[in-house]
Design a protein around this ligand. Structure first.
Ligand SMILES: *Cc1c(COP(=O)(O)O)cnc(C)c1O
Length: 391
């Protein structure tokens, strides 16, 4: 045979290798070839283990899911193409028309939108209530309430939910408790140990940790619900990309180091900001002046996290001067290895009226900081320079 000038349509076989790779291989294959129809039957009937089509599952998603399962004390969790896909899969798997959902009134913006606009369109009614107050959540329940969705630490005022009280209420009333654990992470809190039925993550944030992979994770205590979530992912197509899973798994290898370092720096930065003229207030659950400090101490066992917020005097003009003078990236995300700064009034909370924002304590001078792993001294000096320029 002469050399073909064409690109060969048959792939070369993977080289034999008697040794195993130390790093997780990246497997982008969409389909898997089987020997014959009997072998495929055996696979689909669970007598052998194998993959068939990547939307129904692939090795990089399973390796990542098993890693997060171990961290959360979960079994059979499902990785999805984004954090919102994880919220959506939890809803699709657990709810049906006629059900009612109670959400915390400071949920992540897109989750608020899903509960406000999308679930009602599907015949699922929703109510919001203050998750720091179990009585307010109890008052929002109806006979047809099927789920309560809360975040342990809220964005951007970092209020701490009464998780234990709400978990008791949910158990007494036979209602599913879903906890979005993105801000707290299993380093600070494992919601299943506090009675949650469903745990949700935006893996995009602290877990993957490098602002280069968009992913989510959802797990349930009840194996039947877990199976329904796996089916919902395959049916609605919220499957993650193998490459993103591979990146996230690599990011997780350094998660605890990143978290501990960022948390230590956040504590110092919060205390430093509070001493600067021009800073009206600082919100960090680790500080004694935070409204939920005592609850955070008990619930998070001293793991107060990498997120803090502060308010500059001088409104929008001071905010503009601050972001121009402070070298920290002004970018609406969190959990990156580098520190990022967000301004809720112009991003996550821009759809709210100024009055509604004021009700949440979000002024034009309000910033949220996701602290990264930079040297603390550098970061403190950069923030100080920004605050001086703003004042
Ligand atoms: C970012 C975020 C989400 C959504 O995650 P994506 O990966 O951006 O889809 C959900 N909940 C919380 C608390 C978040 O911070």
């Amino acid at each position: 045979m002469t050399d073909s000038p064409h690109i060969p349509a048959r792939r070369q076989p993977w080289p034999d290798n008697a040794a195993r790779p130390v790093a997780t291989p990246l497997q982008p294959s969409v389909v898997y070839a089987t020997l014959d129809p009997d072998a495929l039957d055996a696979q689909y009937e669970g007598r052998t283990r194998g993959y068939a089509y990547a939307r129904e599952g692939h090795p990089n998603a399973d390796v990542l899911a098993a890693t997060i399962d171990r961290m959360e004390g979960a079994e059979g969790g499902v990785v999805t193409g984004s954090g919102m896909a994880a919220v959506g899969v939890a809803m699709l798997a657990a709810l049906k028309a006629g059900n009612h959902v109670v959400g915390g009134d400071q949920l992540y913006g897109r989750s608020l939108r899903m509960l406000t606009e999308d679930l009602p369109r599907l015949g699922i009614s929703t109510t919001f209530a203050d998750a720091t107050d179990t009585g307010a959540i109890a008052a929002a329940l109806r006979p047809e309430t099927r789920m309560i969705l809360i975040e342990t630490v809220s964005n951007p005022t970092l209020r701490v939910a009464d998780l234990d009280g709400i978990a008791r209420l949910a158990r007494d009333r036979g209602i599913l408790l879903a906890v979005d654990n993105t801000f707290t992470t299993p380093r600070a809190l494992r919601p299943f140990e506090h009675g949650a039925d469903i745990v949700i993550h935006s893996v995009t944030k602290l877990l993957a940790g490098h602002a280069d992979a968009t992913l989510g994770y959802v797990a349930a205590r009840d194996p039947a619900l877990t199976e329904a979530m796996r089916t919902a992912t395959a049916t609605w197509g919220t499957t993650p990309s193998p490459f993103d899973c591979w990146l996230a798994e690599r990011g997780l290898l350094s998660f605890e180091l990143r978290y501990d370092r960022a948390e230590a720096t956040a504590t110092r930065l919060a205390d430093h900001l509070a001493t600067l003229p021009g800073v009206a207030r600082v919100l960090y659950p680790g500080r004694a002046d935070h409204p939920d400090h005592n609850r955070a101490g008990a619930l998070l066992q001293g793991r107060f996290g990498n997120m803090l917020s502060f308010e500059l005097q001088g409104g929008r003009a001071a905010a503009n001067a601050f972001t121009r003078a402070c070298p920290v990236a002004f970018a609406p995300t969190l959990g990156d290895i580098a520190t990022t700064l967000s301004h809720p009034a112009s991003s996550s909370h821009r759809a709210l009226t100024p009055q509604a924002r004021a009700g949440l304590g979000i002024s034009e001078g309000f910033f949220r900081v996701s602290v990264g792993v930079e040297p603390a001294e550098t970061l403190l000096a950069e923030f100080e320079a920004g605050v001086r320029a703003a004042g």
